[in-house]
Design a protein around this ligand. Structure first.
Ligand SMILES: [Ca+2]
Ligand SMILES: [Ca+2]
Length: 467
């Protein structure tokens, strides 16, 4: 559906009160209050609803007629005349009708309606509403699989159709709105035209179209049906393996994403998934890396990821229309653990769970996937706050140099992690080190985690760096 907001003002010599009402859904109009007398017509200027269009009342067709009055087109006022029947306002208080507009005149509108509610004898509120044109076949840039939401799963059809040419969209943008587009020759395995993968509308499907997914991530629009990709018989298992044997607050948690097929090697083309977690990571540290693997050799793949609430959503797909065959590690999830969720206790485990795992073939079918999550113990006992008198980190935010006053922490190692949980600085400390002046000129803007390793545990301090 193409979004269009329209203001409506109805004028009448019998106008009593006009109040603006921000109506629900697709309705957007101004209420008007009329005196209604039986058999006395009122003028309804419905065409003012259709802002910018030069419409004639000839372009209006009444779709559903009112039950307690009559409606006619009036060429003099270029409006509709509504005439209440005999008992309106006395024993009958409500009425309504709908109308359609000629789409050739205004493709963005398909009509509207009028609701009449009598407040008391002879006084009625008349509410005109405007219906937007149905645009079921429109392209919403980023919602490639046309399921009504823009997210990681939309990357998979781009991988399948990568390199295909078709009709460019006139006046194309990647703004989140329904955009008219001519059907291309090809469709995905389901009833989904390739035009939806050309997010930027240039008539060619390639990695640039994934930018619309990033731009519009999480946006939604209404859909009446969702095209489903058919299933293939190929099956594979995807497993999370947490590398840490136990996890304490402040630790960098590393989890491998492993893939295998029914008989060892797997055939795989694209993969989208979310992983939910029951802990709080340091802001900005939750990350999925797709290192070189049987699926990705650094070429012919595109990937995307986004943290959404307590999950991370990610997708990777090949773009060369050829299966990758192999087994083993295809991704690494890493984060620094800040805290357990409220209500958790020492008996809880860190739990990572796969959701909505979708694997695709080059031909556009889905494969059967068996997802397996992972758990490890959370160790809270070691995390009773360590006394850190005189420990100071400054300036905050830091720019080119970071000063760390160690006080009496007796730390033996200082490390700094980036927001992907990777160690970017490490230095052993001796008992005689009262202060460290660390050159961070090569650091880019972001949140870093400074860790002091002591015999009592790890002291963690967030350090924002601003260039
Ligand atoms: Ca989608
Ligand atoms: Ca394109």
């Amino acid at each position: 559906m193409c979004i269009r907001f329209v203001h409506q003002v109805v004028l009448s010599c019998l106008l009593l009160i006009g109040t603006v009402q921000f109506a629900f859904g697709q309705r957007w109009a101004v209420d008007d209050t009329f005196y209604l007398y039986e058999n006395a017509p009122i003028q309804l200027h419905i065409l003012s609803n259709d802002e910018g269009a030069d419409l004639s009342i000839l372009d209006v067709e009444i779709a559903d007629y009112p039950l307690r009055g009559s409606v006619t087109k009036n060429f003099t006022c270029n409006c509709l005349l509504y005439t209440p029947f005999f008992n309106f306002g006395v024993t009958d208080f409500d009425d309504s009708f709908t109308y359609l507009l000629n789409e050739e005149v205004d493709a963005s509108a398909n009509g509207g309606g009028v609701e009449i509610t009598s407040l008391s004898t002879n006084v009625a509120t008349v509410f005109l509403f405007f219906m937007e044109a149905e645009c079921e076949e429109c392209v919403w840039p980023g919602d490639v699989n046309a399921d009504g939401i823009c997210n990681a799963w939309d990357l998979l059809p781009i991988g399948i159709s990568h390199g295909t040419y078709g009709y460019a969209r006139p006046d194309a943008t990647i703004l989140w709105e329904g955009q008219e587009a001519t059907d291309w020759t090809y469709s995905f395995g389901g009833d989904l035209n390739y035009k939806h993968a050309d997010c930027n509308g240039d008539g060619y499907i390639n990695s640039n179209d994934a930018n619309a997914i990033i731009e519009n991530y999480g946006m939604t629009h209404a859909v009446s049906t969702v095209p489903e990709m058919p299933y293939d018989s190929g099956d594979l298992t995807i497993t999370l393996e947490i590398v840490n044997s136990s996890v304490s607050i402040g630790d960098t948690v590393v989890t491998n994403i492993m893939v295998s097929g029914a008989d060892g090697d797997a055939d795989l083309y694209g993969l989208a998934f979310s992983i939910s977690y029951n802990i709080i990571p340091y802001e900005g540290t939750m990350n999925v890396n797709f290192p070189e693997s049987f699926l990705s050799n650094g070429e012919n793949t595109i990937s995307i990821q986004r943290v959404v609430d307590n999950t991370i959503e990610a997708a990777i797909t090949r773009t060369n229309s050829e299966f990758a065959n192999g087994t083993g590690l295809i991704g690494v999830v890493s984060f620094v653990m800040e805290d357990v969720l409220a209500g958790k206790n020492t008996e809880e485990n860190l739990s990572l769970v796969f959701n909505n795992v979708t694997a695709t073939t080059p031909g556009g079918t889905k494969m059967i996937v068996t997802p397996q999550g992972a758990e490890v113990d959370i160790v809270l006992d070691q995390n009773t706050p360590i006394e850190t008198p005189n420990f100071k980190v400054y300036p905050i935010p830091a720019k080119n140099q970071l000063n760390v006053h160690l006080g009496n922490t007796n730390a033996y190692l200082l490390t700094i992690l980036n927001n992907a949980g990777q160690t970017v600085y490490s230095s052993p400390l001796s008992d005689f080190t009262p202060e460290m002046n660390i050159d961070i000129q090569n650091f880019s803007t972001g949140i870093y985690i400074l860790q002091l390793h002591t015999n009592q545990g790890i002291i963690t301090q967030k350090v924002p760096v601003l260039k």
